[in-house]
Write a protein that binds this ligand. Sequence first.
Ligand code: ADP
Ligand code: MG
Length: 254
Amino acid sequence: MTAQTQAQDPDTGLAVEITGLTKSFGSLQVLRGIDLAVRPGEVVCIIGPSGSGKSTLLRCVNLLEEPNGGTVRVHGTELTHPDVDIDAARRQIGMVFQSFNLFAHLNVLNNLTVAQRKVLRRGQAEAEQVARANLAKVGLAEKAGAMPAQLSGGQQQRVAIARALSMDPKVMLFDEPTSALDPELVGDVLGVMRQLADEGMTMLVVTHEMQFARDVADRVLFMDGGVVVEEGPAAQVIGDPQHERTKSFLSRVL
Ligand code: ADP
Ligand code: MG
């Protein structure tokens, strides 16, 4: 058996499967045993107070952080398997951060083509075609030649989403994608995310946008202190929370 097939377990049919995930930074235990199964096409919103481990959880899903224990599987590939081809596995996962992280010295089109060419080995023509299709999808077809600094924060974040989509990810991770935006720019970014959800993209979204979570999420997870305190349909977790810690958090953010 090759290394890749040892790490391959296609039986579950799940997009993301996390079991017993733990992560510490020194003596600080940030994730204390997270279990999460996400079906293909499912949108899961993760809410919770600052410092509860939300970003660390997302970062463990694409191994920007190395977990201390537990397993992470993405479409059957165990990312935590010692023999896994990490780069190949990561290619299945797109991530969008609070800070847009565009390449400041590249125009929008080149921001979208560079990784396609270097990582996916696409030719310039194909990479541009994919890039333009994704720019159109986020409503920025006419900005292909613009430099990032010429765009609003909301436009830059939509470019960042288009860039991630250009790598044909099977799962998209969003870490507070609208938290750095002026309020009037939030709606456009959430609109693009809503459209992606409607198209069947599997999404894990850390967000403080409770209305978005209510409208779009198939499931909401409330995290606190490195554990999932409560999870369920959005209407249940946000509308009728059962745990004291969830109620207290929601009373502060709603
Ligand atoms: P959240 O996204 O819910 O605000 P994080 O996952 O960013 O929480 O952080 C959880 C805890 O882990 C915090 O106490 C944070 O300070 C700590 N932490 C996160 N990343 C690191 C790191 N690279 N080194 C040390 N501590 C970290
Ligand atoms: Mg965070």
